[in-house]
Design a protein around this ligand. Structure first.
Ligand code: G3P
Ligand code: MG
Length: 328
């Protein structure tokens, strides 16, 4: 009976914890699996001494593909199921903006995938820079009759010059009508949103690549030099508070899926590789933070500016095992 009581206690504790995983630099490098990631997920998917599932979500600043397609791709790479209901990428919370804007400029990503993302979020009239440039593949249209209501940068720009020029033209126009120039650069300016602010992103390349944060900073400097005004903008993604709040909602409903109880666990562990995004955000939000050495972080004992409060680990498996040992 005593053994049984200990078991029930452990199950209770297991149901009171959850993990939030960063993806790039923790579970994968581009399309390449970080092997410890697969094992860590197997453990949480039930291959543990209790034989129960421990809730976990994926909280990534990644972008550029519809959620469903990205989850299918990740399931294959990680060899573990990844459901859209446990998945938040940088632009996922931006779906809420569809209620406020219908004609939008969507910037970034490869091909027309970000147009597809915006369509799935429910935006009615989606313009991409290519349409304005009138390239062979675009949808030709007379933009002197169109008011673009907002600019949303979803993913990394593949063509800084074109994207920056079009964003600049729109922000300086009268209420988003191309071919016009506002008298006052601020009062008639349309809003601009960025899906995340990371400077660097670990990929298959040997050293991290520049990400949306560098694009934004470059653009802000140009905007200030050209107009004399500061650019007001909204940034989503980690480490922004709104993203962590959104994550709480996703964890709560995922708990219901797994354990039939809609409840936010008390002990949440964030496993990330980027101190300036995963760790600072998790620390501010009261989560337990685990920094791994498989991505952006290359430092010593802990990050000097944003130390992980639960510790630094060689990889995600070590972080998960240590957290489970502590909680159960
Ligand atoms: O920096 C962009 C993005 O690829 C980072 O993704 O999973 O490390 O938040 P993640
Ligand atoms: Mg990362």
């Amino acid at each position: 009976a005593q053994v049984q009581t200990i078991e029930t206690e452990k199950v209770k504790k297991a149901k009171n914890m959850a993990f939030a995983f960063d993806i790039d630099g923790v579970l994968v490098h581009g399309d390449r699996l970080i092997p410890e990631g697969k094992r860590a997920l197997e453990i949480l998917n039930g291959d543990n001494e209790l034989g129960i599932k421990i809730p976990h979500i994926f909280l990534t600043n990644g972008s550029g593909k519809p959620e469903k397609a990205r989850c299918e791709q990740l399931s294959k790479i990680l060899k573990n199921p990844v459901s859209t209901e446990q998945f938040i990428q940088s632009h996922t919370p931006m779906s809420a903006l569809a209620e406020y804007y219908s004609t939008v400029l969507v910037v970034g990503g490869e091909g027309y995938k970000c147009r597809e993302v915006a369509e799935q979020y429910g935006f009615k009239d989606i313009v991409v820079p290519n349409d304005i440039e009138e390239r062979a593949t675009s949808r030709p249209r007379d933009f002197s009759k169109v008011n673009i209501e907002a600019i949303m940068v979803y993913s990394d720009s593949r063509d800084y010059a074109t994207d920056m020029q079009i964003i600049m033209d729109l922000l300086r126009s009268e209420n988003g009508r191309l071919g016009t120039m506002a008298q006052d650069p601020v009062s008639q300016r349309i809003p601009i949103y960025f899906s995340q602010g990371d400077m660097l992103c670990p990929t298959e390349y040997w050293t991290p690549r520049m990400s949306q944060g560098t694009f934004r900073i470059g653009f802000e400097a140009m905007y200030k030099a050209v107009t004399g005004a500061d650019l007001e903008r909204v940034v989503y993604g980690k480490p922004e508070l709104a993203t962590y709040k959104y994550a709480d909602e996703v964890i709560t409903s995922w708990m219901e899926q797994l354990h039939g109880e809609e409840k936010l666990p008390e002990n949440i562990y964030m496993v990330g590789d980027n101190p300036a995004s995963d760790i600072i955000g998790g620390n501010m939000y009261g989560w337990n933070t685990c920094l791994v050495r498989t991505g952006v972080f290359q430092g010593g004992d802990n990050d000097e500016n944003n130390p992980a409060n639960f510790g630094v680990f060689a990889n995600v498996l070590e972080a998960v095992q240590t957290a489970l040992r502590k909680e159960l």
